[in-house]
Write a protein that binds this ligand. Structure first.
Ligand SMILES: [Zn+2]
Ligand SMILES: [Zn+2]
Length: 299
């Protein structure tokens, strides 16, 4: 079920953040306060190899951690352990991705592979064990520091290879105020840790650095998208296929049409043709400031 077919509130979630329990600048309580001020509903604290807890206030805090794992070709991977009920210290050593994710799932958590592009994981060779719910399609800290925040190619290769792979966007903040409130995940779920974790397992959310995806419907061989004003709406469906519309007097349309637009020409609704043989379909929208939102698989 997509989040637009689900019911319940939309929760703005920060799912990757560090405190003084690892290499972050703020103590856990101050980090919670920071995301409260920024209007978030949920904060998962993910210190390196340390399960950090903090009291929930207006922000629901989900304890978690970030673990290292061994990826193919000897790469050092990072895995978010969201909602685990034990400290990863007991794990003791770096396992492969399946072993690491297995420990996370066995402890009630949800596993996401963090920043594959930053890590150097090669698109098309990455395997995603069933215990891993997905990847970070965008990590703001990795983008700010070295321009390797966007892992959309990794995601498309995983989807094309048949992996069930959802994608979140996150700050990975270490210096809140400088590298925070740049990327988040809109989860559609009741405001409880159990419901949010289940939505992260099932894909009932979308990722964003700005735009809102207010509706995405699939039917009659097309995908209909409603969004906050955007300069482009794209349907990604695999190698050499897809559809897109672009705003502007000479805005290009490919297998798609603009259904509604603002007075200054930005797109707020579009209809995109879904290729019959598409192995998967997901939606990306980009606003006038270049900010992006990514749906999970919608078909
Ligand atoms: Zn990391
Ligand atoms: Zn991190």
């Amino acid at each position: 079920m997509t989040p637009w077919q689900a019911s319940g509130p939309w929760l703005r979630c920060a799912l990757h953040a560090h405190t003084t329990n690892s290499d972050g600048e703020l103590a856990p309580r101050m980090l919670v306060k920071h995301y409260e001020r920024a209007g978030y509903d949920v904060l998962a604290i993910t210190d390196h190899w340390h399960r950090t807890e903090a009291p929930s206030g207006r922000v629901l805090v989900i304890p978690g951690a970030e673990l290292n794992c061994l990826l193919p070709a000897g790469r050092d991977g990072h895995v978010l352990a969201l909602g685990v009920d034990a400290d990863p210290g007991e794990l003791g050593e770096r396992l492969d991705l399946a072993g690491t994710a297995g420990w996370i799932v066995a402890h009630g958590g949800v596993a996401y592979l963090a920043h594959p592009y930053w890590t150097g994981a090669t698109p098309g060779t990455l395997e995603l064990p069933a215990e891993v719910s997905g990847i970070e399609v965008y990590n703001a800290g990795c983008e700010l520091e070295i321009g390797r925040g966007l892992s959309a190619v990794h995601w498309d290769e995983l989807l094309a290879a048949g992996h069930a792979c959802h994608a979140i966007a996150a700050d990975d903040t270490h210096h809140p105020g400088f590298d925070s409130d740049l990327a988040w995940t809109w989860v559609r779920a009741e405001r409880s840790a159990e419901a949010v974790l289940e939505a992260l397992r099932s894909g009932c959310f979308y990722a964003s650095t700005g735009p809102l995806l207010t509706d995405v419907r699939v039917g009659d061989g097309a995908v209909e998208v409603e969004c906050s004003p955007c300069r482009s709406v794209t349907l990604l469906t695999g190698v050499s296929s897809g559809a897109a519309v672009h705003a502007g007097r000479l805005g290009y349309s490919y297998a798609a049409e603009i259904v509604d637009r603002t007075h200054d020409g930005l797109i707020t609704a579009a209809r995109l043709v879904l290729p019959e043989t598409a192995p998967y379909a997901r939606v990306e929208v980009v606003d006038a400031a270049g900010k992006t939102a990514w749906s999970n698989r919608v078909a």
